[in-house]
Design a protein. Structure first.
Lengths: 404, 231
């Protein structure tokens, strides 16, 4: 208690100096946390978008389909498998797809395209593509030969809603199959590359054209919240050994890596900021020790041990950092809450962001464990910053110091 | 009589820069201090007064000879043991008061006892007693910068006394005080010496202090040239 009282009062002896460094620490904390939350928001949105539109949690394919995207490599007994999967408690939604790689053409040009034949009803419960329709409508479950494409592709090929396009692909026998589709809507995700190369139609159109009615190339699954995806994947794989069951991490390892980098990124951001701040803290504490050489010498002369002097300087540093932390955390929380709700709009850089699959409106977010990690980093910074001043203090010779 | 000896100094010498250009600060100094003595160590500048006080306070080590305080060989102590020894056996009063500026008068007085880990009730009681003795009860909650030089030095004396040391070392305690304040301080120390049987050792060349002392040790060129008792 004695050391705590002494340390606390010593911290505020030079109010101006202490305020400057606490302000710097608070500002650094705010900047670090806000940067981390910005990165979290960016990655979170990318991940959410990728899962809800591109990959889902789990995908099942025929083993051969992995290496060769031919129409003939359908999932064996997919109808029965779908029913069994739907009945599982841990699974939120399941949808089957037929996929054809081909060429989309109109009078203005042509483009390579991956066309999904989707089960319109169940797909809606699995992906959020219907929410991304920016012009026209989503597919209707009963209508034939409807297609939705990305706005980026529409722009590239000057396609308008309600106009007709021809999709040509290689059939089961190696023959070319062409059919006309009416474009009923454009979607726009945050991923320009995805928008340019993917189209969606009713599964009943595509599987008949492809000559594989009732078959599926892909079963996409979303598990319920809190369920371990890898555990479900292993379970399904064991149950259906003739298929290949992959999680989104297997399908998109780069996204998995980017997502797992959030904590490392936080350590890098905060590490750099706290490293810079630590020099300020060391400087402040060293000045404080040097100014008090005579006083510290006196304390040591009258019976304050090196251990206690070291502890006092350590406490002073901790208190200095602790004084700044609430303000830094509060400022960061206010900003994260505000922008988390209203978003940071970077429309000017929309094209750049979308080329990389990111939204140009970022909603910063931060997780509790990241706060805890920042607090740990702060404690480490305070401890390391206190070492040099504390060592300086205990090297003071009482005899020399009290003569000053 | 011998069991009342607080300090025994035997043939101590202090030579600075022994390996380069030796400067002899003290040479073959021996004396004993009994409990309750009120001693002034006088001598011109450079005679070795402060060096002797530093050696007695365990702040420096003699080049030769030994110092025994309460049966402990001080020159053989080092590190934590020496700090503990200073804390529990010696009270210090410095020329420039050296109070802790962030503590109040009462907290400054109680500081040593806090370091000694004495019960807080006892600390409070002792601090109140000492504040009454030094006549500064109304200044208990004042910080050093709110007190005059004389008041600060009285607080410093009370702080030195608080931990119940075996003796108090005071290095030129009146040097920064005007005559009136210096007399008041000397009166106070004399009173404490009488009441608490506290041993005081001053280094001084202030005639006012010397006149109050009951024993005067005179140093010249690092040697004791006279040791007058019961004057």
């Amino acid at each position: 208690m004695l050391l705590l009282t002494l340390a606390w009062r010593n911290v505020w002896r030079n109010k101006k100096r202490s305020f400057i460094i606490t302000f710097a620490i608070a500002l650094g904390l705010w900047a670090g946390l806000f940067l981390v939350s910005f990165y979290n928001g960016m990655i979170g949105q990318r991940l959410d978008s990728a899962l809800r539109i591109e990959f889902s949690h789990i995908q099942i394919h025929a083993k051969e389909y992995q290496h060769d995207y031919e129409l003939k490599f359908c999932i064996p007994e997919s109808g029965q498998m779908m029913e069994q999967l739907k009945s599982k408690d841990s699974i939120e939604s399941v949808s089957g797809r037929v996929i054809a790689y081909g060429m989309l053409a109109n009078a203005r040009g042509h483009a390579g395209l991956k066309t999904y034949g989707v089960q319109v009803g169940t797909e809606k419960s699995l992906t959020r593509l219907f929410e991304k329709i920016v012009e026209g409508d989503y597919l209707s479950p009963s209508a034939n030969n409807e297609m939705i494409i990305g706005r980026a592709l529409a722009k590239k090929m000057s396609i308008r809603v309600r106009s007709k396009v021809v999709f040509t692909f290689e059939g089961m026998e190696g023959n070319l199959v062409s059919t006309a589709f009416r474009i009923v809507g454009f979607y726009e995700t945050h991923n320009a590359l995805f928008d340019e190369h993917n189209a969606f139609t009713n599964i009943s159109n595509l599987d008949t054209l492809a000559g594989i009615p009732g078959s599926l190339h892909e079963i996409a699954i979303f598990v319920k919240p809190g369920v371990e995806i890898e555990q479900i994947q292993k379970h399904i794989q064991k149950e259906y050994p003739q298929t290949i069951v992959q999680t989104w991490k297997d399908i998109s390892p780069e996204l998995s890596y980017t997502s797992s980098m959030t904590d490392q990124i936080m350590y890098i951001y905060m590490g750099i900021i706290l490293l810079a701040l630590s020099f300020g803290i060391i400087n402040t504490m060293l000045m404080s020790v040097l100014e008090r050489t005579a006083e510290l010498g006196m304390l040591m002369a009258i019976g304050m041990s090196n251990y206690r002097v070291f502890g006092m300087i350590l406490l002073e540093t901790f208190l200095l950092v602790a004084s700044a932390s609430p303000a830094g955390f509060a400022l960061a929380m206010v900003c994260i809450q505000y922008f988390g709700k209203h978003g940071i709009h970077l429309e000017k850089y929309k094209d750049v962001y979308q080329n990389f699959g990111y939204s140009s409106t970022i909603y910063p977010t931060i997780q509790m464990h990241q706060f805890q990690q920042v607090i740990s980093l702060l404690i480490i910074t305070a401890f390391l910053s206190s070492l040099a001043p504390a060592m300086k203090a205990i090297r003071i010779k009482p005899l020399k110091a009290i003569r000053k | 009589m011998k069991q009342d000896i607080v300090i025994s100094v035997q043939n101590i010498s202090k030579i600075y820069d022994e390996k380069t250009i030796p400067v002899i600060a003290l040479q073959d100094v021996s004396f004993e201090v009994e409990k309750g003595e009120f001693i002034a160590i006088k001598g011109p500048s450079g005679s070795g007064k402060t060096t002797l006080l530093n050696l007695l306070g365990g702040l420096d080590k003699p080049s030769h000879g030994n110092i025994q305080i309460g049966g402990h060989e001080v020159s053989s102590l080092s590190g934590k043991a020496l700090v503990e020894f200073r804390l529990n056996h010696i009270g210090f009063v410095f020329q420039s008061y050296n109070l802790i500026p962030v503590f109040t008068a009462a907290e400054n007085i109680g500081f040593i006892m806090q370091l000694q880990k004495i019960n807080s009730d006892l600390i409070h009681k002792r601090v109140q007693e000492l504040l009454i003795q030094i006549g500064l009860t109304d200044k208990a909650n004042k910080r050093p910068f709110e007190l005059s030089g004389g008041q600060q030095q009285r607080i410093a004396v009370a702080r030195a006394l608080a931990g119940k040391p075996q003796f108090i070392l005071a290095d030129e305690p009146t040097a920064n005080l005007d005559s009136k304040t210096a007399f008041h301080l000397l009166d106070l120390m004399h009173e404490l010496n009488q009441k608490e049987q506290m041993t005081f050792i001053f280094s001084t060349h202030d005639q006012r202090v010397i006149e109050r002392a009951r024993r005067i040790i005179t140093l010249e060129d690092g040697r004791i040239v006279s040791d007058q008792r019961d004057i």
